[in-house]
Write a protein that binds this ligand. Structure first.
Ligand SMILES: [Zn+2]
Length: 428
């Protein structure tokens, strides 16, 4: 428990915890009654009698995380499918070959289970994953996803969005397969990767039309490139405005927005605001893949203009993206790592508290799941840390955090990599 002695009683008090309230930390006592937060009061202001207490002495308690953009189907294939030069194109090719050779239901299920076990142990309560959905793979991965969603119910709320390039939109059977799989196994959510191709608008309209007909939401991979001429973000926003799309739209990456001139960027951000898009930045994956050239030191960090988007009123957030696959060699489905790295890469500080919503509240809004909150009547779900301020929080990996779910401290650690050894090609 690393210094935290969690009370075994069903009623207990988290005494003198530091919790964020708006832009400030407040020191509070929290009464936990079974699986709920029963009272929340300024530290020392209420007498909870003989109730067992966990004295925190001003250590930070966080609500659980929401991870809005992941790839559970790709996760942890690195050992059998390493990216030999770290290039984006190599990542696409390497994943395609691995998918064709290995992605059976059992293989996808085992790697998903591993990633979800990591996320749960780190304090994440909801996850959206993209599922590679070209041809036959959609028929393998979506049923596996539905099994995982049922298996993890009550621990992690799971959503899935199909992923394929807009250039494949009109391949025979593609849209029909997507509609069938999402209707049967999905989350009322469709998506694609947008490219600057002649049929971009037609492809987008076809997907929007499907979402409108079914009452589904949308999620796009957008402009994941340094090329300032990649301008599909504006097209997605214009399409949503023109069609008066009634659902939620989340767009990821948007890297090229940071590379455009100020006027262009301002115009695009204006459209994004008008269209009500939410934007998720993937700082760790972007810094890994963007601006990588052999023998040349990177000159930019690969991330979108997240501060400008937030200042314009856009719902902004950060997320994990890939985990130990050809798109990102590292990662552990740990949103505290994403937040820590986000602070460094995107300057999510001054003030830190301004961005605390980017790992919980904002993604919850984008996904349409209940926002994780430390409040009376809410589930007793939270993360106890040893940190008393933001630089203590972000200077260490917080490996000694204790995740409490429904009033009980989790004891299972993140799984061992050896658990993957039985999968084909993943033994050391
Ligand atoms: Zn992604």
């Amino acid at each position: 428990m690393s210094g935290f002695q969690i009370a075994k009683a069903s009623r207990w008090v988290v005494a003198d915890a530091r919790v964020l309230q708006g832009a400030e930390f407040a020191r509070v006592d929290m009464l936990i009654d079974a699986d709920r937060i029963a009272a929340l009061a300024p530290a020392g202001s209420q007498d909870f009698g003989e109730t067992p207490r966990l004295p925190l002495a001003g250590r930070i308690v966080l609500p659980p995380f929401v991870d809005a953009h992941t790839h559970l189907d790709k996760g942890h294939i690195w050992r059998r499918a390493p990216n030999r030069d770290g290039q984006f194109r190599t990542a696409i090719e390497t994943v395609a070959a691995d998918r064709a050779a290995h992605w059976s239901a059992a293989d996808v299920a085992a790697r998903m289970e591993f990633s979800l076990s990591c996320a749960y142990a780190r304090g994440t309560r909801a996850v959206r994953t993209h599922l590679d959905s070209l041809g036959a793979q959609a028929r393998i991965s979506f049923p596996v996803f539905a099994q995982m969603r049922a298996r993890w119910k009550g621990r992690i709320e799971l959503q899935a969005s199909p992923l394929f390039g807009v250039d494949m939109m009109f391949e025979p059977g593609q849209l029909e397969t997507i509609e069938e799989m999402v209707a049967e196994y999905g989350s009322g959510l469709v998506g694609a990767v947008t490219y600057m191709i002649p049929q971009l608008q037609d492809s987008l309209d076809a997907l929007f039309a499907l979402a409108e007909r079914r009452g589904w939401n949308l999620d796009f991979h957008v402009d994941e490139t340094a090329d300032p001429e990649a301008r599909t973000l504006g097209v997605v926003a214009e399409t949503a405005i023109r069609r008066k799309f009634p659902g939620k739209i989340l767009v990821g990456h948007c890297c090229s927005l940071a590379r455009q001139d100020d006027d262009t960027r301002a115009r695009v951000i204006d459209k994004v605001t008008q269209a009500g898009l939410s934007v998720v930045s993937l700082p760790m994956c972007n810094m890994f893949l963007q601006d990588r050239q052999p023998g040349r030191t990177p000159r930019w960090r690969g991330v979108t203009a997240l501060h400008e988007l937030k200042a314009a009123g856009v719902n902004t957030m950060i997320a994990s993206d890939n985990t130990r696959d050809p798109f990102y060699a590292y990662g552990d489905m740990d949103m505290l790592e994403v937040w820590r790295e986000g602070v460094r890469i995107l300057h999510l500080d001054y003030p830190f508290a301004d961005w605390a919503g980017a790992v919980a509240e904002n993604p919850a809004r984008a996904l349409g799941v209940a926002p994780p909150r430390l409040a009376v009547g809410e589930p007793a779900d939270f993360i106890l840390t040893q940190a008393r301020g933001f630089t203590e929080l972000f200077s260490r990996p917080q490996s000694d955090r204790v995740v409490v779910r429904d009033g009980v401290a989790l004891t299972a650690p993140a799984p061992s990599y050896a658990d993957l050894d039985s999968l084909e090609g993943l033994a050391p």
